[in-house]
Design a protein around this ligand. Structure first.
Ligand code: NAD
Length: 330
């Protein structure tokens, strides 16, 4: 049986990436939608053949508990709503995938993890790059010390924000922060999966060149993570620079991805030459893997705890900017 997924929040990512990916999955399919906009409900139900009984709004969402056609709820809302809808979905007896960044802060992540545990439901974060072959190769090279111990990491992710100045991404109450939350999370993840270890300390600074546009959230942040054994990972996030790379230096060679974090067009190389891996539909592989984990009652490789670990780093980066000091992570 294919598991039924309901997407919650039919914005850019749900419509542009997840719904098309769900046309390519084998263990799950787009069974339902949750939206506050009736016109979107009509449009999606026609386009994806979704029956009326599987369409919910934010007010009647909890009655999804009575719908056996929905096995997994996928939260694709602004960050501030991730916690509420993850907890409501778990209480409705559904397994949950929640988009990145997992929540406004690590304390909220803990509540989400506990709610899912209590409801005996699985929780996963939309970390699609764990299913992308070039990124998987970085994990293998770094974590298995194929080119020796990793001695330095340099990573950056960002884009020049040209969107709506009133969008939720620029409102701290809805986003929790700016480019660090939205884009920096990939670089933090990338640093962590390049070594398979957790950073202990961070020092960070902020730069703002467009204070009117980014009055409420961070524009560009520079940080340095300190891992055990003296390894340092430099990172940058920005809403004012087109960045997207992950460069790892090891004792016997280097490896890097550039572009590193996109939906496609990932390019990787090592000091021996280019990596040679196919481009894949990351979202389809990610959702199929989670569905398989649910069916087989096996843990996911991208559980809520993974999202929480990145939020611990993000919390410490914001603390470091506020204090002007090196901060302990966790
Ligand atoms: P979006 O603005 O395009 O969509 C957000 C949706 O939430 C809209 O349909 C909007 O109507 C709805 N919504 C419900 N309540 C809202 C409220 N109070 N204020 C504003 N909108 C509200 O955003 P998006 O780019 O689709 O991002 C959604 C989530 O997906 C975010 O957590 C984002 O970080 C994540 N995302 C992940 C990836 C990835 O590659 N994994 C890519 C893009 C976005």
């Amino acid at each position: 049986k294919k598991l039924g997924i309901a997407l919650v929040g039919l914005g850019g990512y749900a419509g542009g990436q997840l719904a098309p990916a769900l046309q390519q999955t084998t263990n799950c399919y787009l069974a339902g939608i949750v939206t506050g906009t009736p016109s979107k409900a009509d449009e999606w139900s026609k386009k994806y053949n979704i029956p009326e009984k599987n369409i919910y709004n934010y007010a009647n969402f909890d009655s999804i508990k009575d719908n056996p056609a929905i096995d997994i709820v996928y939260i694709v809302l602004p960050v501030a709503l991730h916690k509420e809808f993850t907890i409501r979905a778990a209480k409705a007896g559904k397994h949950v995938i929640c988009e990145k960044p997992m929540a406004l802060n690590a304390a909220d992540c803990t509540e989400m993890i506990e709610a899912c545990k209590k409801a005996n439901r699985m929780l996963s974060i939309g970390y699609r790059l764990h299913f992308e072959p070039h990124n998987q190769e970085v994990m293998r090279l770094g974590q298995q010390k194929v080119l020796g111990k990793v001695t330095a990491i340099d990573t950056a992710n960002g884009f020049v924000y040209g969107g709506d100045p009133n969008a939720w991404r620029l409102k701290k109450v809805l986003s929790g922060g700016g480019a660090l939350m939205d884009m920096g999370v990939y670089s933090i993840q990338g640093s962590r999966y390049s070594v398979g270890k957790e950073p202990l300390y961070v020092t960070a600074t902020e730069e703002k060149t467009k204070p009117d546009l980014f009055k409420d959230v961070d524009e560009t942040i520079f940080w340095e993570l300190e891992f055990p054994d003296g390894l340092k990972a430099k990172g940058r996030s920005s809403y004012n620079n087109n960045w997207g790379y992950l460069k790892v230096t090891a004792e016997k060679g280097n490896f890097e991805l550039q572009p590193a974090f996109g939906y496609g067009g990932i390019h990787g190389s090592t000091s021996a030459g280019p990596m040679n891996f196919p481009q894949v539909n990351q979202q389809a592989l990610q959702m199929d893997d989670f569905a398989r984990c649910v069916i087989n009652k096996k843990p996911t490789i991208v559980p809520g705890e993974e999202g929480r670990k990145d939020m611990l780093v993000i919390d410490a980066i914001y603390r470091s900017i506020a204090s002007g000091k090196r901060e302990k992570i966790g």
